[in-house]
Design a protein around this ligand. Structure first.
Ligand code: SF4
Length: 303
């Protein structure tokens, strides 16, 4: 991301999948909260003038936004050097749509996966056949030379298979990854599926094995999101929950969307003030602490 200033736009809350850990709650999903194209366009212009050169499109599911091709095309015309979607991948199983997105200016997409087979993936997505569609999507995107990044959210069903899942996608030629811990908001807090909840220390218990796989394949080890440093101190330079640098990410309202934003929904416990990482830490998820308590979050004396 060096040399890039990112604009994030949440285009919609609509989605063609029903993931049981979706962090958009029922109130958001029911309401028609698609941004108007005129608002999206004016934000793209405004933030380009402020120096943003990377456009990230999120939702909901940005590919089901009715004017998605116009948005991507406008991003390209106004000079954004990278244009990325964060997607569940379903729409990209249509080769024609991928070709249209490429022509419009799409350079990158992040695809959320939940396993290396239909059973693990569809236990989360709730859509039969979605795993095969994601596999087709990856092939279509690679054929069009659109960069693919895999997002793997670790949960109670898949964390034991973490190394196997990583090997599977590396064998498919994917070299960019992000690993996420679950967020305990939205569906997870609506009496959602407690079968997915897992302690952070368990979820990442195979991380050393995964790091060896990356090293053996000479693939850059990825970022890990939603995990505070006290859980994975050895991986501190990979944690988005920890930063000593100012954010270079802006929302369409011009708000910095790094640490400053994260601090809004996360919490600390009183002893966090004794932690050497306190100044740069975003805190931990209060929804997680409701289920598992806060004992895992132990102030660090050094890193
Ligand atoms: S103890 Fe608190 S401040 Fe330190 S890393 Fe954990 S959550 Fe962050």
């Amino acid at each position: 991301m060096k040399g890039f200033k990112i604009l994030e736009i949440y285009l919609n809350f609509s989605c063609n999948q029903k993931c049981i850990h979706c962090f958009n709650g029922e109130d958001f999903r029911q309401a028609n909260k698609d941004l108007k194209f005129s608002k999206v366009a004016s934000d793209i212009f405004k933030m380009r003038k402020k120096g943003c050169n990377w456009l990230s499109l999120l939702g909901g599911e940005p590919t089901v936004y009715p004017e998605i091709l116009k948005v991507v095309s406008l991003g390209k015309k106004t000079g954004y050097r990278r244009i990325m979607t964060f997607s569940n991948g379903l729409k990209y199983s249509d080769a024609g749509f991928v070709s249209d997105m490429k022509s419009a200016g799409l350079t990158d997409t992040c695809i959320s996966v939940h396993g290396d087979n239909g059973e693990l993936h569809e236990a989360v997505t709730g859509v039969p056949g979605s795993f095969n569609k994601v596999m087709a999507a990856i092939d279509n995107l690679k054929r069009e030379k659109i960069n693919v990044m895999i997002i793997l959210v670790l949960n109670a069903l898949n964390y034991r298979h973490f190394p196997r899942i990583v090997r599977f996608f590396i064998a498919k030629g994917i070299r960019n990854y992000m690993f996420f811990a679950l967020k305990y908001q939205g569906r997870m807090n609506e009496g959602g599926d407690s079968n997915l909840a897992v302690r952070l220390s368990e979820a990442f218990s195979k991380i050393d094995e995964v790091r060896k796989i990356f090293a053996a394949k000479r693939i850059k080890f990825p970022s890990i999101l939603h995990v505070p440093p006290c859980i994975l101190p050895k991986y501190i330079s990979h944690l988005d929950n920890y930063s000593t640098r100012p954010s270079t990410m802006l929302t369409q309202d011009g708000e910095a969307a790094g640490m400053e934003k994260a601090h809004k929904d996360l919490v600390f416990k009183p002893s966090c003030r004794e932690c050497v990482c306190y100044a740069g830490c975003s805190g931990f998820d209060p929804g997680y602490a409701k289920i598992f308590g806060d004992q895992e979050f132990k102030p660090l004396k050094k890193v």
